[in-house]
Design a protein. Structure first.
Length: 236
C-alpha cells in the first residue's frame, strides 16, 4: 500500500531458544538443541509500504507471507545405527505463500526451497484456531501437512545402492508425496511491545514413502520449543 512518508523503515522480530526433538527424521531417540524464530513486521521504501508499523496490528484477510525452516545436519558418526550412510548437511529452506486470517482463524499454504543443503522443494499447509484469553497471551492449535519432492525424500529417507553396500539397510528410493501430517499447539506471551516468549508443541506422523523407509524407527514424533523473541525497528 502507498504511504505519504519517505525514507526507509524496517521492523521484524527475531529470537533464540531451545528445542527438544528427534535426533533425525524417523529416530525414536530425542535430543536437545538450539532453535530460533523470525517474523516479518513492516517495510517502507519511499512511498511503498508493506506490512503494518503497529506491532499490535493483526493482518486480516488474504495476505502474502514469508516462510523459513532450518534443518540440522545428520552425521552417521553421531548415530551408530546409521553407520555407512552418507552425511546430510545442514539445510536452510526459504520461500513464501498465502495466508488468510480472521480474529479467530488462520489458514496458510507455503512453498520453500532448500537454498542451502538439500536443494529440494517442499510445500506446507496448515490452519489454526486462535484464542486470546488475555491481551498478553495468544494460543493457537491446528493441523499441519508437509509435501516433499523426490529429491527431498531421497535426502532424508532414501538409501542409495552404494549406501546399502556399506550399511545395514537395503537400498530404498522414495518418491515425492506427503511426508508427514500432525498437529501444532502454540502459545505467545507478550511481556512488552518489544519482548515476547513463544512456545510450541508439535506432534507429527510420517506418511507414504517416508514412513516406509528402512531408516525410520518410529512413525510418530514430538517436539517442544521455547524461544525468546525481540522486536527490532529501524528507520522512522
Amino acid at each position: 500500500m502507498a504511504s505519504a512518508e519517505s525514507g526507509v523503515g524496517l521492523s521484524f522480530s527475531a529470537g533464540l531458544g531451545g528445542i527438544v526433538a528427534p535426533e533425525y527424521f524417523g529416530s525414536e531417540d530425542y535430543e536437545a538443541g538450539v532453535t530460533g524464530g523470525f517474523e516479518f513486521g513492516h517495510l517502507r521504501i519511499g512511498k511503498l509500504e508493506f506490512g503494518d508499523p503497529d506491532p499490535n496490528a493483526v493482518a486480516m484477510g488474504l495476505r502474502p507471507r514469508g516462510s523459513f525452516r532450518l534443518i540440522g545436519p545428520r552425521n552417521d558418526s553421531d548415530y551408530s545405527e546409521l553407520a555407512g550412510l552418507d552425511d546430510v548437511d545442514l539445510s536452510v529452506e526459504l520461500g513464501g505463500g498465502i495466508g488468510y486470517q480472521t480474529n479467530g482463524f488462520l489458514a496458510f499454504a507455503d512453498v520453500r526451497y532448500g537454498v542451502i543443503g538439500h536443494e529440494s522443494w517442499v510445500a506446507e499447509v496448515g490452519a489454526d484456531a486462535i484464542f486470546r484469553p488475555t491481551t498478553e497471551l495468544t494460543l493457537t492449535v491446528g493441523p499441519r501437512a508437509l509435501w516433499g519432492s523426490d529429491s527431498y525424500t531421497s535426502t532424508y529417507f532414501g538409501v542409495s545402492p552404494a549406501e546399502a553396500s556399506s550399511s545395514a539397510f537395503s537400498a530404498y528410493s522414495p518418491g515425492e508425496g506427503l511426508v508427514g501430517a500432525g498437529i501444532e499447539f502454540g502459545a505467545t506471551y507478550q511481556f512488552t511491545p518489544e519482548w515476547s516468549l513463544d512456545g510450541t508443541v508439535t506432534w507429527e506422523r510420517l506418511m507414504g514413502d517416508a514412513a516406509d523407509s528402512p531408516i525410520v524407527q518410529s512413525d510418530d514424533s514430538f517436539s517442544v520449543s521455547l524461544v525468546l523473541m525481540r522486536r527490532f525497528s529501524f528507520g522512522r
